[in-house]
Ligand binder design. Structure first.
Ligand code: FRU
Length: 482
């Protein structure tokens, strides 16, 4: 109906479950012209509970069709995060050559084992579908990887590794990643481990993803390893770090010394990339929340959204490699011609509700202090910009709307260091969608994704600071569920 999906705070151009609790994206797979998005789902409540895999499909990553639940818990456990592949050559024997299986690889979490104080309660299982992901059968030889006593042992991300002609699985085990190989998705051999001495360790490692990326403007290929950690993110709680290095089919190695973060905002977690796309269309989506307050956000029918799907690209400057992540081009098809525009030193945009908009602007000269303030008639304010003295971008949601549902949510201003690329940081995009803001600097070289809960739409945006603004535009992004 017209009113469905129009509850307060319901994002309009981001993926949300129709109702109830969602966390991580799972089983991201592009096949036969269809993007599959599975996700951690608890169909009984708006807080985390016994995990299932929800399912949705899309032709363009923006407009989603909700599908029946794909995977239900069974006697081996709840269905935690994982991935999906198309087993085109039927290496698993779970389908036929004519009708090859779609295979999901996931973690079984045995609650009873955990409650009994055992450490071996997480194992890895597989399931297959012979009808494009509509119905699923669990493999009767599960688990395919048992557990000899590792407490946190989860989130398998599987890919086909062309050079070695094998399936490669990345898995996390508390403070490090493990890489396995297989020729049939059923028998897995541990090849190597990575990370006890690398990167951030403020919390447990979760949701690994390993993939090759070409360095933009060169023929050089590197391997990227994404690792979510919780807690320990730069602005508190859950966040996603990454490593750039090499993978030889068995071992991941890197010379990277510093910790790199995909997104400095508080709300982009457990993100991974689609299987089944060409390497130069590496596409990412994250869960737009943070375990610090995920259970407390003020929605009632459903809880939480995914980030916009984003294309990942790899770049190099005098400080080393860095990832950019920026919304996929398909969002342009839903973005209307600018409804407002302005220019100059100090500016205000008014005359419409800024609740499902994209705001673009540039600055003329070098990066100096600037501040963009969204405000509404309830006196709520969302501010973001750049602090030259600290060389930091910031998002200030401390008075952005409802913030008192949890102690940390509105406590601090959040920062992202300028990455000081050879290019000046002078183009900015802000996507607002009911209860989220995504702030992109220079096409995603610096990104901050945050949830916000304004009790009314923002009706004014003011642009202030020591910079001259160029080409400020605001465009509506149209609703998609009518
Ligand atoms: C990440 C995570 C995963 C786990 C899932 C459980 O948010 O903790 O490590 O598989 O959520 O829902």
């Amino acid at each position: 109906s017209q009113d469905r999906f129009r509850e307060s705070y319901r994002p309009q151009y981001h993926f949300t479950p129709p109702e109830k609790w969602m966390n991580d994206p799972n089983g991201l797979l592009f096949h036969n012209g269809t993007y599959h998005l599975f996700y951690q789902y608890y169909p009984e409540d708006i807080v985390w509970g016994p995990m299932h895999w929800g399912h949705a499909t899309s032709k363009d990553l923006i407009q989603w069709e909700h599908k029946p639940i794909a995977l239900y818990p069974d006697e081996l456990g709840l269905i935690f995060s994982g991935s999906a592949v198309m087993d085109i050559d039927n290496t698993s024997g779970l389908g036929t050559k004519e009708n090859p299986p779609m295979v999901a690889i996931f973690t079984y979490h045995l609650m009873a084992g955990e409650q009994a104080g055992r450490k071996d309660f997480q194992t890895q299982g597989i399931a297959y579908s012979l009808d494009e992901g509509d119905t699923w059968t669990k493999y009767d030889g599960n688990p395919v990887i048992g557990n000899d006593g590792i407490k946190d042992f989860r989130d398998p991300k599987v890919m086909w590794h062309e050079a070695s002609g094998k399936w490669i699985m990345s898995l996390v085990a508390g403070d490090h990643a493990k890489f396995y190989s297989s020729s049939d998705l059923k028998d897995w051999k541990l090849e190597s481990e990575f990370g006890r001495e690398n990167g951030a360790h403020g919390g447990v490692w979760e949701c690994p993803d390993l993939f090759p990326l070409q360095v933009e403007g060169s023929d050089e290929q590197q391997w990227v390893l994404l690792i979510s950690i919780n807690p320990g993110a730069p602005n508190g709680g859950s966040g996603t770090q990454y490593f750039v290095g090499d993978f030889d089919g068995k071992k991941f190695t890197t010379t990277q010394k510093e910790t790199k973060w995909l997104d400095y905002g508080t709300d982009n977690y457990a993100g991974v990339t689609w299987n089944g796309l060409p390497d130069d269309e590496r596409t990412f989506i994250g869960w737009m929340s943070n375990w610090t307050y995920a259970r407390d956000t003020p929605t009632e029918v459903w809880r939480s959204a995914m980030t916009l799907p984003r294309k990942l690209t790899l770049h190099q400057n005098d400080k080393g490699y860095y990832l950019k992540n920026f919304p996929v081009n398909q969002i342009e098809n839903y973005t209307q011609e600018p409804s407002l525009q302005t220019n100059g030193k100090a500016n205000v945009l008014t005359g419409e509700d800024f609740n499902q908009n994209r705001i673009n602007f540039e600055i003329d000269e070098k990066l100096q202090d600037f501040k963009v303030t969204f405000s509404n008639e309830a006196g709520e304010k969302l501010q973001l910009g750049y602090n030259a003295e600290k060389a930091n971008f910031f998002v200030d949601r401390t008075a952005s709307g409802k913030v008192d549902f949890q102690a940390d949510f509105g406590k601090e201003v959040h920062f992202a260091p300028s990455i000081a690329t050879s290019e000046t940081e002078n183009t900015f995009s802000i996507f607002i969608d009911a209860s989220s803001v995504e702030f992109f600097v220079n096409g995603g070289a610096v990104v901050m994704t945050e949830q916000i809960f304004p009790t009314q739409p923002y009706t004014s945006i003011s642009f202030e600071g020591d910079v001259t603004y160029k080409d400020i535009t605001s465009s509506k992004i149209e609703r998609i569920w009518d």
